[in-house]
Design a protein around this ligand. Structure first.
Ligand code: TYD
Ligand code: ZN
Length: 406
């Protein structure tokens, strides 16, 4: 299968097929099972710009509806990270007279709240109504729209050029990323920067973190593909910084060509990616083979534990849990429920696999023998919180980078 590249118009060749899948964040009520949305989840790489991307898309209006359940403030580690981001911008980029920062996909205002508290001009662009409302309660100014060239022109007219355009865990979600990049190019001040943090393709491949593949992640960015994209749309990649967030994130900084000296990290990562073969179709083919092994190992482990009469529950219901449970064929018969601290997910079912999501209190009450850690990227925070579970002899099941018990 082939499809046109969303970035450069080249040819995207399919390498991974995860089959019929629901929306990662499509947590649903039992009464809505009949009308559940499914699509074919498949990934390919562009022959020309090497951008890894989904073969088919779910329309963004279906994904970022008014009650979009992902709340960026749900993790203490994330709250601290975004506050640090805001402080960095305030100290290093927002230092001129009356500076202005725009954030694409500002979610519940986790980053902009610090900017707002500092009295600096800002604008969040966030189409999901509930999270937008949560950020307003923190004093954050929000434009409830999708960001693209047209929105960028409107913002430029009303607020003037931006010193910083920021995006975290959203830029790689936007199928019309070409229009977003053109929009940012329009909106940036001469020495402005476009900074975004997204799950790193090198991590997905390196850790076999195939659960990062779901409908919202249209693109799987690498330094090489981001550099190609920047150049296509009149920008320059000037820095690439790895972060531990979401299991392995890369933070990219783009400026106008020639305005900033590129950090040595850009060339270093390009070389590293070349050595790892990340820009070749074979990288995806290897990932596909490792995923199949995890599917086999995880399912057989759960079946074995059930036969032995052990109790197993899930911990954390990220969008990733939908990919894993659907791809591996794991339903409530193997994992009766998953605990999660997001109130918007509790009382609902994981999309497709229909495993109920319940409040974290149920974890202690159930006192299970094993817990599958779907929120593995928050392992440290969660394990530190659930020491009683381990003290009672409970064991964690992890499936990244391979199936293991700790
Ligand atoms: P996350 O990995 O941040 O998101 P994504 O959906 O992009 O994969 O999701 C982590 C989930 O884990 C989120 O639903 C909140 C939940 N969680 C807990 O239930 N308890 C915790 O202590 C933490 C840190 C997260
Ligand atoms: Zn391309």
């Amino acid at each position: 299968m082939e499809s046109p590249c969303r970035i450069c118009g080249g040819v995207v060749k399919e390498s991974i097929d995860l089959g019929r899948q629901p929306r990662g964040n499509g947590f649903l009520l039992p009464r809505d099972i009949e009308n559940e949305f499914f699509f074919r989840l498949a990934v390919g790489m562009c022959d020309s710009c090497t951008m890894t991307q989904l073969m088919e898309d779910v329309p963004q209006e279906i994904r970022y509806h008014d009650s979009y359940p992902y709340h960026a403030s749900g993790s203490a580690v994330h709250r601290k990270h975004f506050e640090q981001n805001a402080r960095y911008f305030l100290e290093h980029e927002l230092t001129g007279p009356d500076p202005f920062i725009a954030e694409i996909g500002s979610n519940d205002g986790v980053m902009l709240a610090t900017i707002a508290a500092a009295g600096v001009r800002h604008l969040g662009i966030e189409p999901s109504a509930e999270v937008a409302e949560m950020s307003r309660a923190k004093g954050v100014r929000v434009l409830p729209e999708f960001f693209d060239e047209t929105t960028a022109a409107k913002i430029l007219e009303e607020h003037g050029p931006a010193d910083v355009v920021f995006g975290a865990n959203c830029i790689a979600h936007i199928a019309h990323l070409a229009s977003v990049t053109r929009g940012v190019e329009l909106l940036l001040a001469p020495n402005g920067v476009f900074v975004f943090e997204e799950p790193y393709f090198g991590t997905v491949v390196g850790k076999t973190a195939f659960d990062m593949i779901y409908d919202e992640h249209t693109f799987y960015l690498a330094v090489r593909s981001v550099k190609a994209m920047a150049e296509l749309y009149g920008l320059e990649l000037v820095n690439a910084e790895p972060l531990a967030l979401h299991g392995g994130t890369m933070r990219y900084t783009l400026g106008r060509p020639g305005m900033r000296t590129p950090a040595p990290a850009v060339a270093e990562f390009l070389e590293q990616e070349r050595e790892r073969g990340l820009g070749e179709h074979a990288a995806l083919q290897r990932l596909s083979a490792s995923m199949e092994k995890i599917r086999h190992d995880l399912k057989s482990l759960l079946v074995k534990l059930r036969e032995e009469g052990r109790t197993v529950v899930g911990y954390g219901a990220p969008a990733k849990a939908a990919t894993v449970t659907n791809y591996c064929g794991i339903g409530p018969d193997l994992i009766p429920f998953i605990v999660d601290n997001t109130s918007a997910k509790q009382g609902r079912l994981v999309a497709g696999s229909h495993i109920p999501v319940v409040a974290p209190e149920r974890f202690g009450e159930a006192d299970p023998d094993y817990a599958v850690l779907f929120a593995w990227n928050h392992a440290e925070e969660i394990m530190a919180k659930e020491t009683v579970f381990q003290a009672r002899g409970g064991r964690w099941i992890l499936y990244v980078p391979d199936v293991h018990i700790i």
